[in-house]
Design a protein around this ligand. Structure first.
Ligand code: AP5
Ligand code: MG
Length: 215
């Protein structure tokens, strides 16, 4: 099963992708997570991407194409995958089409999550991320000596550098100007599942699975 989860920054792509990957037994490929890991390790890609990611820009298409090509060839993708954060430009969509052709993938599902910018700004301003394992929580659930419920690290939650309001607004503008047209590219190339992203996390998962015929 090959899925793209699509939508604005902060609409809940990562939250749903993680749940769906576990329920459907497929890999979760988040290009944002891959870039943040590369930045943390100080790899060549990480050094090229650091300033771009932290200021809410888009990493060049050739770098992203290389990352996705490598990721899709990993063993963990054998049973399928959910792409979170890719493609973000028409050029990236074309790169993905070429890779999927090469891998003889015939069926693709695109899940589109929608929410207003105001909801997104509020969510991202209140998001904290575990610096050790990447788990996400909302700020109101955080207190000092907080134990990560996933990796058990203590006091490991931080605000992402790109979750400052000014950077959030820049990411949203880039989404509306550059990424949202990618949706049209897939209208005749994928099964489209459109979902209201403002419901509860559980309801969104249920709605996605029902619309995919997996509920
Ligand atoms: P990336 O990590 O992909 O960031 P993003 O698209 O901006 O998305 P986010 O991770 O911020 O949000 P999300 O939709 O995953 O929402 P989440 O589930 O966390 O990319 C980061 C950067 O890397 C980019 O800006 C770019 O620089 C670079 N990059 C990555 N891919 C690239 C590419 N292909 N090309 C070029 N550059 C690339 O949810 C958000 C918050 O809301 C959380 O706190 C969560 O708990 C909460 N929440 C989620 N669902 C709900 C709900 N239903 N109700 C209430 N709260 C909810
Ligand atoms: Mg994410």
């Amino acid at each position: 099963m090959q899925i793209i989860i699509f939508g604005a920054p902060g609409v809940g792509k990562g939250t749903q992708a993680k749940i769906l990957a576990s329920k459907l037994n497929i890999a979760h490929i988040s290009t944002g997570d891959i870039l943040r890991e590369a930045i943390k390790k100080g790899t060549d890609t990480g050094m090229k991407a650091k300033a771009i990611v932290e200021t809410g820009g888009l990493v060049p298409d050739d770098i992203m194409g290389g990352i996705i090509k490598d990721a899709l060839k990993e063993d963990r993708c054998k049973n399928g995958y959910i792409l979170d954060g890719f493609p973000r430009t028409i050029e990236q969509a074309k790169i993905l089409s070429a890779i999927l052709n090469e891998l003889k993938v015939e069926k693709l599902t695109l899940i589109k999550l929608d929410a207003d910018d105001q909801v997104i700004i509020s969510r991202l301003s209140n998001r904290l991320v575990c610096s050790k394992c990447g788990n996400i929580i909302v700020k109101s659930n955080y207190s000092s000596n907080f134990n990560c419920p996933v990796c058990k690290s203590v006091d490991s939650y931080i605000k992402r550098k790109d979750d400052d309001e000014e950077v959030i607004r820049k990411r949203l503008k880039l989404y509306h100007d550059t990424t949202s047209p990618v949706f049209n590219y897939y209208k005749d190339k994928a099964e489209i599942v459109e979902i209201n992203g403002t419901e509860s996390i559980d309801n969104i998962t249920k709605n996605i699975l029902v619309k995919m015929g997996k509920g």
